[in-house]
Design a protein around this ligand. Structure first.
Ligand code: PEP
Ligand code: MN
Length: 640
């Protein structure tokens, strides 16, 4: 085992040393703290030498700033180190750090008296508006925290651009907050490590499947740069040197790594991978189920308006069973109006007793299809036997495999080859690993669109029908790229518990929910006691911020608006509470109540959320600012 692996594995006990350029309080220090125990270096060169000499396990390097673009000083140091040293460096992760720059000066210096602004070159370039407006001379320093320290030491008409933390650390007062030209401002840092033998990537702690290490290359040459641009790489070009007039770094999209590697370069040109060689395929998280646990970006399953995975969330709702053409048409309309993005309904019902209602079969599938077509939503229905797959797949948009059939391998193979997306419930007696292994059958049979659904497992508890295993869902989340659903209805078995379990699952980050709904639950042919009424579903989906369906009545949409107003009113009250608090803290530390830069950033946030042209974004922000100023002043007076 390499030294890096040992150190990385030991992170729970012995923190790894994470190098950064700058001083405590700088943004580099903040990025380093997210990777290990921060260790400061005066220059990027010294930091990279320490990394190559194994004195530190990793280092963070600022690569791209949202305002200023590629950070030439640090990237140039990395490029020189790569060209000079024989031992390669890998980019093992990207860390995005919010950059809130403030203008700070020793007590007593007024804003209009500032003649020099000290900061790191890149930070100075991020606040050109401020420099122009002050008409001050920019003075470059090593890093932002050092600028604060120097300004405090030397006194005079000097101010620093740095983090608020660095300003306070140096004993400066803040003259203006959030001074970047574009807000919110962020910097992407690369986490660097020594590459191990054969270009294999070092082990990392980044287990989350949606955060892949970026595929970074250093390139030198005109043809190399255009090849990389052609495959959609993000080019971070550097000023040329006599030896390499065209050079820089490129971040290659994962799916185009092979194309980038096969691209043409001219004699004498270079493309150097900072991390896994292009032919390196990331090993799956579990060797026995490689497709389900492949390390890749999140899978997205899309069927018309039903889109789930990779941050998109959806709700499948409808009755347990399709009982009649009228019943399913009514319920399809009701759940579409509520905002559901797909309709469910069983036509083949797996029942514990052979004497219970078994479903109306293929005839009912026709009723379900017609209802789905009428409301414009895809339909989801269960298949129980391999022979049902072909006829059901002709009409259903998504095939459901129920808990009882989670390990019916012949059914999995048949459904996986059907060319329809498959919705796979977890068996009530299967482990997470067994459930994922069942999904592996589907992917192996050629199905790309698989959705997993936790629906309650069997435990000693009898008070609920099942036990919704949120811990198991989170374990599955760390192992697979597939979308994950929860079904609170079958887990609860009783209507009153469904909203609470739905909220818990939603809060745990599921990609979607499957919820049973009925408008006459007392006479439902199956699972009536656990069915929500349509109006309960509306209320729940409003709470989750899901838009009502276009077919909604004025009353329905008004209920959704009322729910939003309720949230806004609560948030406005909380905002005023916070304004009163900040007013009191400002007063205690002698800071002025008004801060125009901050007011501008509040307006910018509203403009960003509502779109720059949304009429009223500024009016809304101004109203909130006025209310806050009022509360801040009153907060002050109440202390008098
Ligand atoms: C269903 O969704 O109708 C169903 C039968 O669920 P499960 O397979 O989870 O019991
Ligand atoms: Mn059911």
């Amino acid at each position: 085992m390499s030294e890096i692996e040992e150190e990385e594995r030991g992170t729970a006990h012995v923190p790894v040393l994470a190098g950064y350029q700058g001083q405590p309080g700088s943004f580099g220090a903040r990025a380093a703290a997210r990777c290990g125990r921060p260790m400061a270096f005066p220059t990027f060169e010294r930091m990279l030498r320490a990394l190559l000499a194994s004195e530190i396990a990793c280092a963070v390097l600022p690569a791209v700033n949202r305002v200023d673009g590629p950070i030439l000083e640090s990237l140039d140091a990395l490029a020189r180190s790569l060209v000079e040293s024989q031992s390669p460096i890998a980019v093992v992760a990207e860390v995005e750090v919010p950059v809130r720059l403030v203008l700070a000066a020793p007590p007593g210096l007024a804003l209009e008296s500032v003649h020099e602004v000290h900061s790191q070159a890149a930070a100075l370039r991020q606040c050109r508006d401020l420099l122009a407006h002050l008409d001050a001379i920019p003075i470059e320093t090593h890093d932002t925290a050092y600028a604060a320290f120097r300004v405090k030491e030397s006194g005079g008409p000097r101010a620093a651009v740095c983090s608020e933390e660095a300003a306070l650390e140096a004993g400066l007062l803040i003259l203006e907050e959030d001074v970047s030209d574009v807000r919110p401002n962020t910097t992407r840092f690369w986490r660097l490590a020594r590459a191990t033998a054969a270009g294999n990537p070092p082990a990392t702690n980044d287990a989350a499947p949606d955060r892949l290490a970026p595929r970074v290359v250093f390139y030198a040459g005109v043809l190399a740069s255009s090849t990389l641009a052609e495959v959609g790489a993000e080019l971070l070009s550097l000023p040329g040197t006599p030896a390499d007039p065209v050079r820089g770094f490129a971040v290659v999209p994962e799916k185009n790594v092979a194309r980038a590697a096969a691209g043409r370069i001219a004699a004498g040109e270079r493309v150097l991978w900072l991390g896994p060689a292009p032919e390196f395929v990331r090993p799956p998280r579990m060797r026995d189920i490689p497709k389900v646990t492949e390390v890749r970006e999140m899978s997205v399953v899309a069927v018309g308006p039903f889109v789930v995975g990779g941050g998109r969330r959806a709700v499948i709702a409808g009755p347990c069973a399709v009982e009649s053409p009228e019943q399913i048409m009514r319920l399809a309309r009701a759940v579409a109006r509520a905002g559901a993005t797909a309709i469910r309904g069983g036509v083949f019902k797996p029942r514990t007793s052979p004497y219970s209602f078994q479903g109306h079969g293929l005839e009912a599938l026709g009723w379900l299809k017609e209802a789905g077509d009428t409301v414009g939503l895809p339909i989801v229905t269960e298949v129980m036997a391999p022979a049902q797959v072909t006829p059901v797949a002709e009409q259903a948009d998504v095939l459901q495999i129920g808990a009882r059939n989670c390990q019916n391998y012949d059914l999995l193979k048949e459904a996986g080859a059907s060319s329809r997306p498959v919705f796979l419930k977890r068996g009530f007696g299967t482990t997470v690993e067994e459930w994922l292994s069942s999904a592996e059958y589907l992917l192996d049979a050629g199905c790309r669109d698989v959705i997993l659904c936790e629906r309650g497992i069997r435990t000693f508890e009898k008070a609920t029908r099942g036990t919704l295993d949120l811990g198991g869902l989170l374990v599955a989340r760390s192992l697979t790229h597939l979308p994950l659903f929860a079904d609170p209805s079958h887990a609860a078995g009783r209507r009153d518990l469904v909203p609470g379990l739905a909220r818990a699952a939603w809060g745990a980050g599921v990609d979607g929910l499957m919820i049973e709904v009925h408008d006459a639950p007392e006479s439902a042919l199956s699972d009536g006691p656990q069915a929500l009424l349509p109006e309960d579903l509306e209320e729940l989906l409003d709470e989750f911020g899901i838009l009502p369906g276009a077919s909604g009545s004025v009353e329905r949409i008004r209920r959704a608006i009322d729910s939003v107003d309720g949230s806004i009113a609560r948030l406005a009250a909380r905002r005023l509470e916070l304004a009163r608090l900040v007013g009191a803290v400002k007063k205690a530390s002698g800071r002025p109540i008004r801060d125009e830069a901050r007011e501008a950033s509040v307006r910018a946030r509203f403009a960003e959320a509502l779109g720059p042209n949304a009429p009223g974004a500024t009016r809304l922000a101004d109203t909130l600012i006025d209310l806050a100023l009022d509360a801040e002043h009153r907060g002050n007076r109440s202390g008098d």
